[in-house]
Design a protein around this ligand. Structure first.
Ligand code: ADP
Ligand code: MG
Length: 464
């Protein structure tokens, strides 16, 4: 008789990689010390779904039938505005029916607050919505909604974490939008491993995706981010859902940035900026004003550049600190909000083209306010900030610098210059240094613009 061997296996808590033996480092995501033992799922025939669960979900709506491509109506996916313009913007213009949106972020960042506000906007006499929380009691949610001034009789709340119970109430209430707070507390009885484990997350999310598609209901799933910045089981969840949004902030500031990292129904370049207040999150229409609000006056090492996030120009302050390194040590290159390789490249270009030596200097670079800028259009501003700190010379507060820099020190053109200029002029910048030949015939206010093509020209125009 061959008894079925009850083999244990190991899985990675970060990416879900499975292995027969324990490993110190996960081959899937190269993380250390993240393999956990899991009992095999012996619960059902295919390892995942019980017939009852399949029946419960299938009853929610018609299962799909094959149709000829030509017979499909070409209508756009219907979108519904949440009336929270920063949220709509990140989604690509509103909530798409039947879409599954994962909202990730650190604890305390405001995920529950944001989605309560979104559901409040979506709840009308014609459409009820349901907020399911496995983390907070009805009393706690009530306290929050009272503080936020939300009093909506069409917004329902359910304190539950079992997926079967959630489906049962979903079928009864037929809400037009659903929030699951959070996927880590949600569990399915078919799986033996505890809530929050990879197989639980995969299983419950798979059920939620099916519900969304079968009933055409948008579902928002809240996911906590682990200390290394990834939602537990991120690879599994990210490919299962339609849209992945991350909510981030620099903890010193009250504002929060919502960013799309995946979007089947829109661009991933747009960001939403919110301010956390006592009565909830408030969208910030003019992000430039908050990013520039605490700007120091007349200090060396600080200046402003104009970046593009999605379709919107945003002015940001860039700071550099160049200081003497410990002798004999490796000079430090520390960056916040800027790609470190890009910064190292700019430092090398200054050394070569302007004949300066930073080998005994520590250099720190920072985008103030927690914004992350990846576009090369801030190259010239990085160089200007480093020069200003190194020479201890102040760049006038009303000077703004825009431009990409190539390896030979040439200043290169940037895209969407007109939008950047109009934002800069709106905020009262008087001298704007731009790449030579980048201006179009429609450019107005040419008197404030200084065109340059080399770093030498930058150095000569920057401090006057
Ligand atoms: N009474 C209050 N006044 C102002 N802000 C508050 C108050 N209570 C909570 N907050 C803010 O709300 C945040 C918690 O938001 P929450 O939506 O629960 O976060 P998450 O769901 O991401 O863990 C807190 O970090 C704090 O900034
Ligand atoms: Mg929460």
């Amino acid at each position: 008789m061959t008894a079925k061997k009850n083999k244990t296996s190991f899985f990675c808590t970060s990416c879900g990689y499975q292995s027969a033996k324990w490993l110190g480092k996960c081959p899937g995501c190269n993380e250390w010390d993240c393999m956990q033992e899991a009992l095999p799922d012996t619960s059902s025939a295919d390892g995942y779904e019980t017939p009852q669960m399949i029946a419960a979900i299938t009853e929610l709506g018609k299962t799909a039938q094959p149709v000829p491509l030509n017979a499909i109506n070409e209508s756009e996916q219907p979108r519904q505005s949440t009336k929270i313009s920063e949220f709509d913007r990140v989604l690509g213009g509103g909530v798409v029916s039947g879409s599954v949106v994962l909202v990730g972020g650190d604890p305390g960042i405001g995920k529950s607050t944001l989605l309560l506000q979104v559901l409040d906007q979506l709840s009308t006499p014609q459409q009820t919505t349901l907020y399911v929380s496995g983390e907070e009691s009805p009393g706690q949610i009530k306290m929050r909604s009272r503080r936020m001034g939300i009093n909506n009789e069409h917004l329902y709340f359910l304190a539950a974490s079992g997926i079967e119970e959630i489906i049962k109430h979903f079928r009864k209430l037929k809400p037009k939008a659903l929030v699951i707070d959070s996927i880590q507390t949600c569990h399915s009885p078919e799986i033996k491993s505890p809530p929050g484990s990879t197989s639980q997350i995969r299983q419950t999310a798979a059920h939620l995706v099916k519900i969304a598609k079968l009933t055409d209901t948008p579902i928002f799933i809240i996911g906590h981010v682990t200390k290394d910045g990834a939602i537990a089981g991120p690879k599994l969840l990210e490919h299962m859902v339609d849209t992945v949004l991350y909510f981030e902030s620099d903890t010193q500031y009250p504002f929060r940035i919502l960013r799309a990292v995946k979007n089947r129904f829109g661009s991933t370049n747009e960001i939403g900026v919110f301010e956390m207040t006592g009565s909830g999150l408030v969208g910030v229409d003019s992000p430039s004003s908050i990013f520039l609000s605490e700007r120091p006056q007349n200090l060396a090492g600080s200046l402003v550049s104009a970046t593009i996030e999605g379709s919107r120009p945003i002015l940001t302050e860039i700071q550099a600190l160049v200081s003497t390194a410990v002798s004999g040590g490796i000079p430090r290159r520390t960056t916040l909000g800027i790609d470190r390789n890009r910064a190292t490249l700019m430092i090398a270009i200054i050394e070569k083209r302007l004949r300066l030596n930073f080998s005994n200097k520590d250099i720190f670079l920072n985008i103030v306010g927690g914004l992350k800028v990846v576009e090369p259009a801030i190259d010239l501003a990085l160089i200007a900030a480093i020069l200003s700190s190194h020479l201890d010379q102040v760049i006038p507060t009303t000077t703004l610098v825009i431009g990409e820099v190539g390896l030979t020190g040439e200043v290169r053109r940037v895209n969407m210059l007109e939008q950047r200029l109009s934002e800069a002029l709106k905020f009262g910048f008087k001298k704007i240094i731009v790449p030579q030949g980048n201006l179009s015939s429609e450019t107005t206010n040419k008197s404030s613009l200084k065109e340059i093509s080399t770093l030498q020209e930058l150095a000569s125009k920057l401090f006057s």
